[in-house]
Design a protein around this ligand. Structure first.
Ligand SMILES: Nc1ccn([C@H]2C[C@H](O)[C@@H](COP(=O)(O)OP(=O)(O)OP(=O)(O)O)O2)c(=O)n1
Length: 129
């Protein structure tokens, strides 16, 4: 089943969305509008930071927010999803124009993080013999 959004066809619920698909769609979007010439690394970084600011505004002055966002309306959650998406989409484009494979880089970083912060057994779980 599909629905229409801004004249385009999107699956109602994608099974999985790859970084590659997002990167390709974003490149097509920018190219079709002649915007790729403005999508320099610096411009995309500034756009990304601007969207992080918009994301921050959602949480501003709210106090601590519980996991799962209890008491948030569906409108609030939809707004949050849009701002998170803007951040992701600019981040993907920034990595693209820097010729970086963001997925591979993130996987490598996770492995590096695990080596830097090894799992330690809490004293209460250690062998007692
Ligand atoms: N040169 C551009 C302009 C926009 N976008 C895309 C990436 C973002 O997902 C979204 C950003 O669009 P807006 O600048 O209109 O920002 P908002 O969607 O946040 O709108 P507003 O600032 O009015 O809340 O569009 C893009 O890729 N390249």
């Amino acid at each position: 089943m599909e629905n229409s959004h801004a004249g385009e066809k999107f699956p109602t619920r994608a099974k999985d969305v790859s970084l590659l698909e997002l990167r390709q769609r974003l490149a097509e979007f920018a190219c079709a509008r002649g915007w790729d010439r403005y999508h320099s690394p610096r411009n995309l970084l500034l756009a990304l930071v601007g969207e992080v600011g918009e994301l921050s505004e959602i949480f501003q002055w709210k106090g601590e927010v519980g996991r799962g966002l209890p008491n948030w309306t569906s409108h609030d959650k939809e707004h949050l999803a849009e701002e998170l998406s803007d951040v992701l989409l600019y981040l993907i484009q920034l990595a693209d124009v820097c010729d970086l494979d963001l997925g591979q880089a993130a996987l490598s970083k996770i492995i590096k993080n695990a080596a830097k912060y090894p799992v330690t057994v809490p004293p209460s779980h250690a062998a007692t013999d």
